[in-house]
Design a binder for this molecule. Structure first.
Ligand code: GCB
Length: 623
C-alpha cells in the first residue's frame, strides 16, 4: 500500500466516523472545530487539527485494558514506515521474505516508558514500533474506541494495517473510534511512537527532566452505546457555596432526555439536550458538605440518558482570590505545597499506576502538604484521583517550560490542544484548584500573545479554577533594596507564582532577614520553586554551596523560610522538589550522576535534613 493511499484511507476512515457522528462528542468549546485529523507523513510536526477531546471519565466506562507485554521494533533510522511494518506481513510464497517481524523480538510493558526497561534504551530518543494482537466483541448497537492515556511524545496508530489516528503531546489522552473496523479475532494494533526532541514541540529541545518515551499510560478498548454521554462538567459555582452548575454533552447532536442524580443530596434533575446534544442546569444543593483538605467529601453522581449511564464520585468546593489571599470555601488558605515529577526514582522510570500514585502521594502527605504542583505536565489520572480522595489541592500545568517557540503558530496550536485535553480530562476533579499555563517565560509580544490565547482557551472551558504561571524574573533591586519583578503579563493571572533559588543559583544580596519583596503586591503570590541540591548522606559545611551537603541544603531552607516572612502577599510556598529526579544535564560526576539532587527525599527514599525543616514549617503554618 502506498503511503498516499494509506493517508487517504485514514482520512476516509476519520471522515466516515465524523459523518456518522462517531467521533466523540465535544464540549461547547471544542465544538465546531475540525474533525479527527490524521497526521502528515512524518511524525515530527504531527498535525492534529482541533480534534474533539477524549471522552470524560473513561474509567467509568465499559472497557478492556490492552496493557501488558507488547512486541516492539526499535527503529533508530526511521525505516519502519517505508517497510510498512504496521502491516505485519509474513511470507506467503517460498521466494518472499520480510526484513522485520514483531515475533520473537524485544517486548516492553505497557504502560511503561522504554528507557527504564532495557539498559540500551535508557538514553534512546527516536522511534519504537509497538504491536499487539487482540480480539474484540463488537456488540450490535454499540460503539468502540481505542483510548490511550498518554503516549510520549508523538505517535501514529495503525489498526489492521491502516493508519487511524495521530497524536502529539506526551501527557494527555486521546481516543479514536474503531466501530465497524474490528475483527472478532486477531486485530493487529501497531503504534509508532517517537520521543525525539524538536524545537517546535512542547516541551522543546531541552528540559530538566528525563525524556521518557513509550506508551506510558493505560491503553483501553472502550465500548459505549450508540449515543452516549461523552462529556459532563459538574462543579460548584465559583463563589456561591450551594449552587451547582451542571452541563452534559452527548456524543451526537440529538435531543434526548438526560437525568442527573446526586442521591446523597436528594438531587434528581431531568434535562433535555438541545439540537447540539447539549444541556445544562444550575440548582441549589441544600446541606451540601464541601470538599476541603480537612474533609475531602465526595458524592456519588450519575448521569443517564436512554441507553447510557455513567457515574463517578465528584466533590464540590469554592476556590477564589480575595485581594492577596486565596480562599478555599471562603477560608483564607495558605498553600503548603510540594512538587514531584511523574517519576519513581527507585525504578528510574515514569510513574503510571495506583501503586505509584500511593508512593508519591503518601510521601507528599508525610510532609504535611495541602497542595501539590504536578510538575511540569499533566500527570496520570491515578495520581489526580487519589490526591482528590486524600484532600490534596492540585496545580496542574502544561509543559510550556522555558525554550518554547512562541512565534510558531503550530506550537501555539499544540499548547492549546494540550491545555484543552488536560482541562477536559480533569475539570470534574474538585481537587484541581489551579491550571498552570507556563513555567519560566520571558516577556515578549509573541510570548504575551501565546499565553493570552492559552488563558482565553482555558477560561472558555473552565472559569472555576485559578489560572497561574510561574516566573523566574524576580531580582534584587539595589536602588530600592527590594526584590522586584516587572512583567506586565502577571495582570492577566489570578495568582502569580515565582521560582526563586536564593542561596543556590543566586547568592544572597542581603541577609535573609532583610530580604523584603515587592512583587505583584496586590495579587496572591506563591513561591512555586525554591531549594538547592544535596546528596543524601553527604555532610559538609553549611556555608559552602559546593559542599552539596545536607547541612548546606538545610541552611538554605532555613534562610528561605526566614525570607518568606518578608513577602507581604505570600499565599503559599512549594519547595523544589520532593524527590531527587533524573535529568540528563546534571553532569557533576560524583554529586549528581544524571540526577537533579534538589529533592527533600533521595532517589532511594531517604529523607534529607531539609525535609524535617520543611515538615516543621508546614506544621507551624497549619496553626
Ligand atoms: C527551575 C525549573 C525546574 C528545574 C529547577 C532546577 O526553575 O522550573 O524545572 O528543575 O529550576 O532544578 O533548576
Amino acid at each position: 500500500m502506498k503511503l498516499s493511499y494509506l493517508m487517504v484511507m485514514a482520512f476516509v476512515f476519520a471522515a466516515q466516523a465524523v459523518a456518522s457522528g462517531t467521533v466523540s462528542g465535544s464540549s461547547g468549546a471544542t465544538e465546531g472545530k475540525a474533525v479527527l485529523a490524521v497526521s502528515d507523513e512524518t511524525l515530527p510536526g504531527t498535525a492534529q487539527g482541533n480534534v474533539p477531546t477524549a471522552m470524560t471519565n473513561v474509567y467509568g466506562r465499559d472497557y478492556t485494558l490492552l496493557n501488558g507485554k507488547w512486541n516492539v521494533i526499535v527503529d533508530l533510522y526511521d525505516q519502519g514506515r517505508k517497510m510498512e511494518v504496521y502491516r505485519n506481513r509474513k511470507p506467503q510464497k517460498p521466494e518472499e521474505f520480510y526484513e522485520y517481524s514483531f515475533d520473537g523480538g524485544m517486548r516492553l510493558n505497557v504502560p511503561g516508558d522504554w528507557n527504564s526497561q532495557y539498559p540500551e534504551l535508557m538514553y534512546y530518543e527516536g522511534t519504537v514500533w509497538y504491536a499487539r494482537h487482540f480480539d474484540a466483541v463488537q456488540e450490535p448497537g454499540k460503539r468502540m474506541f481505542l483510548y490511550f492515556g498518554a503516549v510520549s511524545y508523538r505517535c501514529n496508530v495503525y489498526l489492521n494495517g491502516d493508519l487511524i489516528a495521530s497524536h502529539e503531546g506526551g501527557f494527555t489522552p486521546f481516543q479514536v473510534e474503531v466501530t465497524g473496523h474490528l475483527r472478532p479475532q486477531d486485530n493487529f494494533l501497531c503504534v509508532e511512537v517517537n520521543n525525539r526532541r524538536t524545537a517546535d514541540a512542547i516541551p522543546a529541545l531541552a528540559f530538566d527532566w528525563w525524556n521518557y518515551g513509550g506508551i506510558t499510560r493505560d491503553v483501553m478498548l472502550v465500548t459505549v452505546p450508540e449515543v452516549y454521554v461523552s462529556d459532563y462538567f459538574i462543579q460548584l459555582d465559583k463563589h456561591r457555596p450551594d449552587v451547582i452548575h451542571a452541563s452534559v454533552t452527548l456524543s451526537d447532536a440529538v435531543s434526548r432526555e438526560v437525568r442527573l442524580d446526586i442521591p446523597e443530596l436528594g438531587i434528581s434533575r431531568d434535562l433535555v439536550t438541545d439540537g447540539k446534544g447539549q444541556a445544562s442546569v444550575s440548582f441549589k444543593a441544600k446541606k451540601l458538605q464541601r470538599w476541603s483538605p480537612d474533609c475531602p467529601k465526595l458524592y456519588d453522581v450519575s448521569i443517564s440518558c436512554s441507553g447510557d449511564s455513567i457515574s463517578e464520585r465528584i466533590g464540590f468546593r469554592n476556590i477564589e482570590v480575595d485581594g492577596t489571599r486565596i480562599l478555599v470555601n471562603g477560608e483564607p488558605t495558605f498553600m503548603r505545597c510540594i512538587s514531584f515529577h511523574e517519576e519513581i526514582p527507585q525504578r528510574m522510570g515514569r510513574a503510571f499506576g495506583m501503586a505509584d500514585a500511593q508512593m508519591l502521594l503518601s510521601e507528599a502527605e508525610a510532609l504535611g502538604v495541602n497542595m501539590i504542583r504536578l510538575a511540569h505536565y499533566p500527570q496520570n489520572e491515578y495520581t489526580v484521583r487519589l490526591a482528590e480522595e486524600k484532600g490534596i489541592i492540585l496545580w496542574q500545568e502544561i509543559p510550556v517550560w522555558q525554550g518554547i517557540n512562541f512565534s510558531d503558530a503550530g506550537t501555539q496550536a499544540k499548547a492549546e490542544r494540550m491545555l484543552t485535553e488536560m482541562i477536559m480530562r480533569d475539570r470534574n476533579r474538585c481537587a484541581v484548584g489551579f491550571w498552570g499555563v507556563a513555567n519560566e517565560t520571558k516577556p515578549s509580544p509573541e510570548r504575551n500573545a501565546f499565553l493570552t490565547s492559552l488563558l482565553e482557551t482555558g477560561r472558555s472551558l473552565d472559569t472555576t479554577r485559578l489560572y497561574v504561571a510561574a516566573f523566574d524574573l524576580v531580582y534584587f533591586e539595589k536602588s530600592t533594596g527590594h526584590f522586584e519583578m516587572h512583567d506586565d503579563f502577571t495582570d492577566n493571572l489570578d495568582v502569580v507564582a515565582v521560582n526563586k533559588y536564593m542561596g543556590w543559583y543566586h547568592p544572597w544580596p542581603v541577609d535573609p532577614s532583610e530580604a523584603v519583596w515587592d512583587v505583584c503586591a496586590d495579587q496572591p503570590l506563591i513561591i512555586s520553586e525554591f531549594g538547592g541540591e544535596a546528596l543524601y548522606g553527604q555532610h559538609g559545611s553549611s556555608d559552602e554551596t559546593s559542599s552539596w551537603s545536607e547541612e548546606y541544603q538545610a541552611r538554605l531552607y532555613r534562610d528561605n523560610i526566614e525570607m518568606f516572612s518578608h513577602i507581604p502577599n505570600l499565599a503559599g510556598v512549594s519547595p523544589w522538589i520532593l524527590f531527587d529526579f533524573r535529568s540528563p544535564y546534571r553532569f557533576h560526576p560524583t554529586n549528581q550522576e544524571g540526577w537533579n539532587r534538589k529533592g527533600l527525599v533521595s532517589d532511594q527514599g531517604q529523607r534529607k535534613a531539609a525535609w524535617y525543616i520543611m515538615r516543621d514549617y508546614y506544621r507551624e503554618k497549619r496553626q
